[in-house]
Design a protein around this ligand. Structure first.
Ligand code: XMP
Length: 425
């Protein structure tokens, strides 16, 4: 391992992630561990240069105030408490972090993507040996970066499965095949499951049922592909650090349970490979960029797992789904031309299951409206509306009503979250 590390021990703080990010921003790697880590476990972590005890409001478990094991205070590296002085070790202020890391711990600022990639390649080769690894490659940021990293580490021993469920954005399945199979030389199984998904979804209008069908069918297709393959020992997943931190630590109750390809049947048990599990999202992007992935893959805006399925409201029909896909492509193209790509957090179109009367070529029309959503947020819990320039909107409206079949009207959703969620379903 090339990188020095500062260990954060979670003594009930609410800002463990923020602190880890702050230390990483200084160029020094940092990881968060639970308060009950043993001195032996701590000593087994490579390149630890210092330990910060991060106390906070969640420091009582079952009525007992928590502390680290007594031997941790006697560790061979500097141990301090952040902002909370104790009689067992000195405290530092957050403003003294830099001096602690560099002067007291003598850590080197050697946390960078190239070192991370070198370390991971070495670790992955050691873990996997000459065995094979399976990966569900959706084309999202996390699974794409995992794929690129594994291709670098083990090449053809990685088998990627891309399930096209027909609910991806325009050009995405093609891009996955082009980038991974043609440019990076990956073994990629492309499963064209469009009919299968759309047949299963036909006539289903309840949003929760639609989501469940898409999720369950995805697992079934992936499982079928996995069963066709021989000699796979590992399953790679794009788990990232916030997935782990937000899934609940010992002092912090579960915020949100995360799973990627959960739900595979018991007889299909693989050992997990999760090379991004210590990275924050911006670091995952930097890693993808360093591995040569294209910008529009690495800086992709968030996209829900059920894809366009939750933007073709109510029961999905092929013609309306196509209209969602085409209008979304136009919106993205025009936002990019207007310099809004990467500036607006998320923007997309959706089409409700309702038609309105209009007029086209001097005749009555009865067609769908397209609704545009463009929002900004930090954590997706609340969101505000992007004030899109009228000239940009004007251009988008003109293109959608002339280029997208079956659409005679365009609306802009002005609702912040709350009360509206970002998606409509
Ligand atoms: P809402 O609609 O809840 O969305 O305001 C918040 C953010 O989450 C995305 N989203 C999903 N992401 N699987 C995902 O991976 C899903 O099922 C899902 N549903 C919503 C949404 O696009 C927005 O960014």
């Amino acid at each position: 391992m090339k990188q020095d590390m500062i260990v954060i021990l979670d003594l009930g703080s609410e800002n463990n992630s923020a602190l880890a990010r702050e230390i990483r921003a200084l160029g020094v790697y940092s990881e968060i561990y639970p308060h009950d880590i043993t001195a032996k476990q701590l000593a087994a972590i490579p390149n630890v240069k210092g330990v910060i005890l991060n106390g906070g409001p969640n420091n009582v478990i079952d009525g007992v105030k928590i502390d680290v094991a007594a031997e941790i205070y006697g560790a061979s590296v500097p141990v301090v408490a952040l902002d909370h002085a104790t009689d067992k070790c000195p405290a530092i202020k957050e403003s003294d972090l830099r001096s602690f890391v560099f002067d007291t711990c003598k850590a080197d600022a050697n946390w960078n993507m190239q070192n991370f990639i070198d370390d991971q390649v070495e670790l992955l080769r050691k873990q996997i040996g000459d065995k094979k690894v399976l990966l569900a490659l959706s084309g999202g940021v996390d699974s794409s970066v995992v794929a690129a990293l594994l291709i670098k580490a083990i090449g053809k021993q990685l088998v990627c499965v891309h399930v096209n469920h027909g609910l991806l954005r325009k050009g995405e399945p093609e891009q996955v095949v082009r980038v991974f199979r043609e440019e990076l030389g990956a073994t990629l199984i492309y499963s064209d499951s469009v009919d299968r998904f759309l047949d299963k979804l036909a006539g289903v209008s309840d949003p929760e049922k639609k989501r469940k069908i898409i999720g369950a069918e995805f697992i079934r297709v992936f499982e079928e592909e996995a069963r066709k393959l021989d000699g796979i020992d590992f399953l790679a997943q794009g788990t990232i650090y916030p997935d782990i931190v937000e899934s609940g630590t010992k002092t912090n109750k579960i915020v949100k349970s995360h799973h990627n390809v959960g739900g595979l049947p018991d007889d299909l048990k693989f050992e997990l490979v999760e090379p991004l599990k210590y990275l924050f999202k911006d670091e995952v992007r930097a890693c993808g960029k360093a591995l040569g992935l294209p910008d529009d893959m690495v800086y992709r805006q968030p996209f829900p797992g059920p894809g366009l399925g939750v933007r073709c409201l109510g029961a999905i029909t092929r013609d309306r789904l196509e209209a969602v896909r085409e209008s979304d492509a136009i919106l993205r193209e025009e936002f990019a031309k207007a310099g809004l790509q990467g500036k607006v957090w998320q923007y997309f179109t959706l089409i409700p299951d309702v038609k309105s009367v209009g007029v086209r070529d001097n005749a009555r029309s009865f067609e769908w409206p397209v609704i545009i959503r463009a929002v900004n947020t930090v954590d997706a819990m609340t969101a505000t509306i992007e004030h899109v320039d009228w000239n940009v909107l004007d251009k988008i409206v003109k293109r959608i009503i002339t280029e997208v079949k079956g659409v005679n009207r365009v609306c802009f959703d002005m609702t912040p979250k709350p009360t509206g969620t970002i998606e409509w379903e």
